[in-house]
Design a protein around this ligand. Structure first.
Ligand code: SF4
Length: 74
């Protein structure tokens, strides 16, 4: 199996239930920024490094982070 640590994945955000905890911004600042006006995260990049993005997605307490091809039930 190939080393996928540096692979990139497509990322989306569904902020309907976002709590504003900023965990995604801290864990993956290359992809998630912070909008001070809206007090919500924003996508800085629609792709990111798989390892970092999946970490943020697994952490997100409100299941806001969408990753192409990733199933949450692992
Ligand atoms: S980790 Fe999830 S709940 Fe927290 S700010 Fe990011 S998108 Fe919102």
């Amino acid at each position: 199996m190939a080393n996928q640590a540096d692979d990139t994945v497509d990322v989306g955000l569904d902020l309907e239930h976002c709590s504003g905890c900023q965990g995604c911004v801290e864990m993956c600042p290359e992809v998630f920024g912070w909008d001070d006006t809206l007090e919500l995260p924003v996508l800085k990049d629609s792709t990111g490094r798989r390892e970092q993005v999946l970490q943020a997605a697994a952490f997100c307490p409100k299941d806001c982070i969408r990753v192409a091809g990733w199933k949450r039930d692992w």
